[in-house]
Design a protein around this ligand. Structure first.
Ligand code: COA
Length: 436
C-alpha cells in the first residue's frame, strides 16, 4: 500500500532504494539541420516548438537490447553489485514482438535464470517499472531489482514524417533498486499512476500486432511506424502529468514548495515548462536534457536522472518528484529523496561492456594493405574512408581479420560509419562483441 510518510510499503515494510544509475547513448548525433535535408522543417521550428537541437540514433545493427545491456552494466557498476533478483526492461521498441527483450539482456549481462520481463507502458515505462520494482521489493519477492529504460525509436519512426522524426531519439538508462528502510534516502515514495485506453490511437503503431493480423502481409509500410496526434497528446500530457505529480507529492507528505527538482519525461520542453508552471515549480528546478538527446521514450527519465546527477543538478537530500507520460495513454509519478554517494556511470559514449582488444592505426593499415590489397599511400589517420580507397569489400576483409585474430566480431556496416581511418581503428575496439 502507499504510505503517506514515505515509501511504497507492503508486507515486509521494505522500500526500494536507488543505489546505482547507468546511461548509454549511441555515438551518432543527428542535428536538426541534418533532418532538414530530408524534411520540410527547420532548426528554429524544432528548437522553439520542442526544445531539441540534436538526438542520438543507433547504428542499424544496434538494438534496444544492446543498448539496455550497456546501460544496465553501468548501473550495476555504479551500485557496486554483480547480481540482481529481477530485471525489468521498460520499452516500446522491443527487439522482437516475442520474446521479451529482458531475458536476453539478462543473459548478456551474465545473470542466468534471473526473473526478467518487459514493461510496455510507452514513454511512461521507466517510472511504471520503478513502481513494479518497488512492489516486488515491498512484497518480499525480490531484494534487488535492475530497472532499464531502453529504446530504438528510430526503428519505429518514419524518417519522412515531420510530425515524429524530429522528436524521437535512441538510448538507454538504468537504475538499481535495493531493499532498505522506507526512511532511507533514495527510497521510492508512493506511486500515482493511471491510464486512458480510450486514447489508444493517439500514439500508435498500427501494424505488427494481433489486431489486423489478417492484413499483415498487405499492410502499407507506414503502418509499421509511429502515428501520433501531437497536439492532442500535448494537452493530455500537461494535464495528466500535472495531476499525477501533485498527487504523488501530496501522498509523500510534501508541499509543492518543498520539491527541489522535478524530473519529467522529456517529450517536449514546452510540456514540462507548462507542467512546472501549473505546479508552481520554478523552471530552474526542472532539469532537462531533451536539447541533446530528444525524446527517448522509456529511456528518458533514467537518462535524465543520470545526466542531472552527473552535472550536480541533483544533490543529496534534494526532494525529487518524478513524473512521466506516454502512449496508452499511461502516466506515473513518484518521489524520492536524492541519496548521498550515488555516482552514475554515464560516459557518453562510454566504453562498451564487451570491449575488443585495442587496435592501432598501424595495425588497421597493415591489414588493409597486406590482406585487403589496398595501396598504402592514401591510408592516413585523417583520410576519409573513400579517399583511402576503403570500400565495403575492404571493410569485410578488415572485419574478418579482426575476428580471426582476436575472436571478436564487428560488423562492416558499423565500421562503414567511421569518418576517418583513425576513427575506423577506434571503432574496431569499441563495437567488438565476444563470440557467442
Ligand atoms: N516543422 C515545421 N512545421 C511543422 C512541423 C515541423 N516538424 N510539424 C508541424 N508543423 C506545422 C504544422 O503543419 C502547423 O502548420 P499550420 O499552422 O500552417 O497548419 C504548425 O506547425 C503547428 O502544428 P501543430 O501540430 O499544432 O504543432 P504543435 O505546436 O502542437 O507541435 C508537436 C507539434 C508534435 C511538437 C507537439 O504537439 C508535441 O510535442 N506533442 C507531444 C508529442 C510527444 O512528445 N509525444 C511523445 C509521447 S509523450
Amino acid at each position: 500500500m502507499n504510505g503517506r510518510d514515505g515509501g511504497f510499503r507492503g508486507a515486509t515494510g521494505t522500500a526500494a532504494v536507488l543505489t546505482g544509475l547507468g546511461a548509454w547513448l549511441p555515438p551518432r548525433r543527428v542535428t536538426n539541420d541534418d533532418l532538414c535535408a530530408r524534411l520540410d522543417t527547420s532548426d528554429e521550428w524544432i528548437r522553439e516548438r520542442i526544445g531539441i537541437a540534436e538526438r542520438r540514433l543507433a547504428a542499424p545493427d544496434v538494438s534496444t537490447g544492446d543498448m539496455a545491456v550497456e546501460a544496465a552494466a553501468r548501473a550495476m557498476a555504479s551500485a557496486g553489485v554483480d547480481a540482481v533478483d529481477a530485471l525489468l526492461v521498460a520499452t516500446s521498441s522491443p527487439d522482437h514482438p516475442c520474446p521479451a527483450t529482458a531475458p536476453w539482456v539478462a543473459h548478456r549481462l551474465g545473470l542466468p535464470q534471473v526473473a526478467a520481463f518487459d514493461i510496455a507502458a510507452g514513454c511512461s515505462g521507466f517510472v511504471h517499472a520503478c513502481a513494479v520494482a518497488a512492489g516486488l521489493i515491498a512484497s518480499g519477492a525480490a531484494r534487488r531489482v535492475l530497472v532499464v529504460g531502453a529504446e530504438t525509436m528510430s526503428a519505429m519512426v518514419d524518417p519522412d514524417d515531420r510530425a515524429t522524426a524530429p522528436i524521437f531519439g535512441d538510448g538507454a538508462g538504468a537504475a538499481v533498486f535495493e531493499a532498505d528502510s522506507p526512511h532511507a534516502e533514495g527510497a521510492l515514495g508512493p506511486v500515482v499512476w493511471g491510464s486512458d485506453g480510450s486514447l489508444a490511437d493517439a500514439i500508435v503503431v498500427p501494424a505488427g500486432g494481433a489486431r489486423g493480423r489478417h492484413e499483415r502481409a498487405g499492410a502499407p509500410q507506414g503502418d509499421f511506424f509511429v502515428h501520433m496526434r501531437g497536439n492532442e497528446v500535448f494537452r493530455h500530457a500537461v494535464r495528466r502529468m500535472t495531476h499525477a505529480a501533485r498527487e504523488a507529492a501530496a501522498r509523500a507528505g510534501w508541499r509543492i514548495d518543498e520539491v527541489d527538482r522535478l524530473i519529467a519525461h522529456q517529450a517536449n520542453l514546452r510540456i514540462n515548462l507548462a507542467v512546472a508552471d501549473a505546479l508552481g515549480i520554478p523552471a530552474d528546478q526542472v532539469p532537462s536534457n531533451i536539447r541533446d538527446v530528444g525524446n527517448t521514450a522509456a529511456a528518458s527519465v533514467p537518462l535524465l536522472l543520470a545526466d542531472a546527477c552527473d552535472k550536480g543538478e541533483l544533490k543529496p537530500g534534494h526532494k525529487v518528484l518524478l513524473v512521466s507520460f506516454g502512449s496508452g495513454l499511461a502516466w506515473a509519478a513518484t518521489t524520492l529523496v536524492w541519496p548521498a554517494g550515488l555516482a552514475p556511470d554515464c560516459e557518453n559514449p562510454a566504453p562498451p561492456l564487451f570491449q575488443g582488444p585495442p587496435m592501432t592505426f598501424e595495425q588497421v593499415k597493415e591489414i588493409l594493405t597486406t590482406k585487403g590489397g589496398l595501396p598504402a599511400a592514401p591510408i592516413a589517420p585523417d583520410a576519409s574512408l573513400a579517399s583511402a580507397n576503403i570500400d565495403s569489400m575492404a571493410l569485410v576483409v578488415l572485419s574478418m581479420q579482426v575476428e580471426e585474430g582476436t575472436g571478436v566480431e564487428v560488423s562492416e556496416d558499423v565500421l562503414a560509419q567511421a569518418a576517418t581511418v583513425a576513427e575506423l581503428a577506434e571503432l574496431v575496439g569499441r563495437y567488438a562483441e565476444p563470440r557467442a
